[in-house]
Design a protein around this ligand. Structure first.
Ligand code: SF4
Ligand code: SF4
Ligand code: SF4
Length: 264
């Protein structure tokens, strides 16, 4: 089992961490890495293009296959053109549907307010485009210089961390969510298993959806719950304007406290 985990990690290290799902694995690179380790063809990563297909073939000792084609032209490093999304902000109705769809949390804004994309973080994965009801998100070419191998690996490491943090937040929200889920269902247990094996990504804990017990709170607990909810609302508002790691950690902690107090 450990040998398989180590192989999956080696495969995942070569994947771009765009988490776009274009390989057919809607919940990202790690599930595709796992499928490759179990025998799936290793040429399906569209943003990785031929260089990633070849690197995987070498790692696995398999024949080199032609990479799945991208709709974008090929850059100087042999990979498809990198893209970025931009929101036509005057048309945005602030519905927030794009926020949860973004695997790397690159969109900021809050209900009924205009949204924007942090272009440095955007990978051009396109996942925010289908949920937008007014079709106000465009893709444009990323005209930064093509990154060096070292920069690309650093970017991938950062994207992987952001995705794990995103999954953990989604996992906590999942148990309270009533409306439809915009993003594909995520195999959280798989990500949790891998997060437990690596210091390089935030740890993911699976939150069990249990039948809600009927809880009656004493007055002190009711006041405490009200205070926590107010703090959560305030933090969510602040974080929708500007990301802040400390505030994000505090928010996660408060949400956990609500669960522990049986108020989720
Ligand atoms: S970057 Fe996209 S296509 Fe490539 S492995 Fe990750 S999810 Fe699949
Ligand atoms: S902003 Fe849109 S295109 Fe950019 S990373 Fe997020 S979901 Fe993908
Ligand atoms: S989905 Fe579209 S309209 Fe809704 S907040 Fe995002 S960009 Fe604005």
């Amino acid at each position: 089992m450990n040998t398989q985990i180590s192989l999956i990690q080696k495969i995942d290290a070569l994947l771009p961490q765009t988490q776009c799902g274009l390989c057919g694995h809607r919940d990202g690179c790690l599930p595709y890495a796992k499928a490759i380790s179990e025998g799936e063809e290793a040429n399906k990563c569209v943003p990785g293009g031929q260089p990633v297909a070849d690197a995987l073939a070498e790692l696995l000792g398999r024949p080199k296959l032609k990479a799945e084609e991208s709709v974008w032209p090929i850059q100087s490093d042999g990979r498809p053109q990198r893209m970025k999304a931009i929101i036509r902000e005057d048309e945005c109705i602030g519905c927030t549907k794009c926020i949860n769809a973004c695997p790397v949390d690159a969109i900021i804004g809050s209900g009924k307010l205009m949204h924007s994309i942090l272009t440095d973080l955007c990978t051009g994965c396109e996942l925010c485009i289908p949920p937008c009801p007014v079709d106000c998100i465009d893709l444009v070419e990323d005209n930064h210089v093509v990154p060096s191998e070292e920069t690309r690996i650093a970017e991938q490491t950062d994207l992987r961390k952001r995705y794990y943090a995103h999954i953990q937040r989604e996992e906590k929200r999942r148990i309270n969510r009533k409306g439809p889920v915009v993003r594909a269902n995520i195999d959280t247990a798989l990500f949790a298993q891998f997060s437990a094996q690596s210091d390089l990504v935030p740890e993911i804990q699976v939150v069990e959806k249990t039948a809600k017990p009927i809880v009656s709170h004493d007055a002190a607990t009711t006041i405490q719950l009200a205070k926590i909810r107010t703090q959560i609302k305030k933090l969510e508002k602040q974080l929708s304007v500007r990301e802040d790691l400390k505030k994000r950690a505090l928010l996660d902690d408060l949400q956990q406290q609500l669960i522990v107090l049986g108020a989720s």
